[in-house]
Design a binder for this molecule. Structure first.
Ligand code: CMP
Length: 144
């Protein structure tokens, strides 16, 4: 099993794109293991985006992700799930993202790129543990 954390950022929530984006993931056949609407605190944002600390866009990124509610989800599937989601999400800069990808279909600005997705299985595990307690995650999909 492999899992990715996704964050539907404030622009996705404000534009009413939560349903369409989650639909793409569900229709692909991937499963949600956890899902919630939340307001990200500054402390959480700084931990999550720690690898970008020191970059010129870091402060703006933290301010943006904490500015309004987001939807966070854990997506699970077979090995290769993280890469599959990254392909569905598209390039970081929506202006360069291919049509058919989430960013390529819905966005134009790098600072308003709708969705974050873990970039490796290791990040998926790390980011899941930052945003979810074990009790919030469905453990027994096979019995559903
Ligand atoms: P995300 O996948 O959430 O991971 C880091 C985020 O930083 C990225 O999406 C963008 O929203 C943001 N980002 C990356 N590069 C830039 C940049 N050059 N200018 C502004 N924001 C950026």
């Amino acid at each position: 099993m492999e899992r990715a954390l996704i964050i539907l950022k404030p622009d996705a929530v404000q534009r009413g794109l939560v349903g369409p984006i989650l639909s793409r993931i569900e229709q692909r056949g991937l499963k949600l293991q956890g899902l919630k609407l939340m307001q990200v605190t500054e402390a959480l944002a700084r931990i999550h985006y720690g690898e970008h600390e020191g970059k010129p866009f870091f402060q703006g990124l933290v301010e943006y992700i904490t500015s309004a509610p987001v939807v966070v989800a854990v997506v699970v599937g077979k090995a290769g799930t993280v890469e599959m989601i990254r392909t569905m999400v598209g390039a970081t800069n929506p202006a360069k993202a291919a049509p058919g990808t989430i960013r390529g279909d819905f966005g134009v600005e790098i600072g308003r790129n709708l969705i974050h997705a873990s970039d490796s299985p290791e990040s998926g595990e790390r980011e899941t543990s930052i945003f979810f307690d074990d009790a919030e995650l469905i453990q027994q999909w096979d019995r559903a």
